[in-house]
Design a protein around this ligand. Structure first.
Ligand code: FE
Ligand code: FE
Ligand code: MG
Length: 167
């Protein structure tokens, strides 16, 4: 990256790059978990849940794009091999082997809660140190918080529906 752009970063850039590559790996795994879940989802409210999962997939891919661009700008290299996502990930991957709505919602809520923790830590680490990364992380964190809320409110609707059906 430009020398002045690097000079204003008040922290170890290699350490930051390591953390960004972990988040980058999380984003790809989250993308795939949502994307496949959206196709497989079964059960009550599957259309509404599938639409939300697909929207989140698109947004996770956009996060991967933002993080990759910042890694490159910082002079780093985004993880080049998909098998390395597993080595770097913070939040892991929950396969949608059981695609029942409730199971998928719970898996993805867990993933979002992990992502919120990851980006909150990155926000704290970059605060007053790297305003450009801080700003990007804040944008992503806002969206992860929205994702958690979207899924929890769908799960609430699902529980109400199931209770109503049982009478
Ligand atoms: Fe994300
Ligand atoms: Fe998310
Ligand atoms: Mg949403």
């Amino acid at each position: 990256m430009g020398s002045k752009g690097r000079e204003i970063i008040g922290m170890d850039v290699d350490e930051l790059l390591g953390l960004l590559n972990r988040a980058y790996s999380d984003e790809w795994l989250a993308y795939y978990q949502y994307w496949l879940g959206a196709k497989l989802v079964k059960g009550p409210m599957k259309d509404a849940v599938g639409a939300e999962l697909l929207q989140h997939a698109t947004e996770e891919l956009a996060h991967a794009d933002l993080v990759a661009m910042r890694i490159i700008q910082l002079g780093g290299m985004p993880v080049t091999k998909p098998e390395e996502w597993y080595k770097h990930t913070n939040c892991g991957y929950d396969a949608p082997d059981d695609p029942y709505v409730k199971v998928l919602l719970e898996q993805n809520i867990k993933g979002e809660q992990c992502a919120i923790g990851v980006y909150k830590r990155l926000l704290d680490i970059t605060k007053d140190k790297d305003p450009v990364t801080y700003n990007m992380v804040l944008t992503i964190l806002e969206q992860e918080i929205e994702h958690e809320e979207d899924l929890q409110s769908l799960l609430e609707d699902y529980e109400l529906l199931v209770t109503a059906i049982k009478g």
